[in-house]
Design a protein around this ligand. Structure first.
Ligand code: SF4
Ligand code: SF4
Length: 112
């Protein structure tokens, strides 16, 4: 960019609203179809284990929880491809829109 056009750009931006927001005080939200933290509908799950079979990151293990075997997702390994949700024949893994997953504890990233 040459200097005159650069100055023009600077001048224009002095009077426009900022393109950024003051996160975390302001949030933009995410689109409807965003692949955030999963929602597990355990009541629909049959424990077939297909979600774990297709997971490319080996982030899903099947564990005994209560009276059945259900998927447990390690979000620290997950790449949020949602192949698990696409493969689930029962629609038991639903796209969530929660994106703020930073934590000091790995336990917080285990989704049951
Ligand atoms: S979103 Fe992808 S990486 Fe994450 S648990 Fe599902 S299949 Fe595995
Ligand atoms: S694929 Fe669906 S029904 Fe099968 S274990 Fe995973 S969540 Fe449950």
């Amino acid at each position: 960019m040459r200097l005159p056009s650069l100055l023009k750009e600077v001048w224009k931006n002095l009077f426009e609203k900022p393109a950024t927001v003051k996160y975390p005080h302001e949030k933009l939200g995410v689109p409807e179809s965003y692949r955030g933290k999963h929602l597990l509908a355990r009541s629909r799950c049959t424990g077939c284990g297909l979600c774990g079979e297709v997971c490319p990151a080996s982030a899903i293990t099947m564990e005994q929880l209560g009276n059945g075997i259900f998927p447990v997702i390690d979000l620290s390994k997950c790449i949020f491809c949602y192949q698990c949700g696409d493969a689930c024949p029962r629609g038991a893994i639903i796209r969530g829109r929660e994106v703020e997953l930073a934590s000091w504890s790995k336990e917080d990233l285990i989704l049951k």
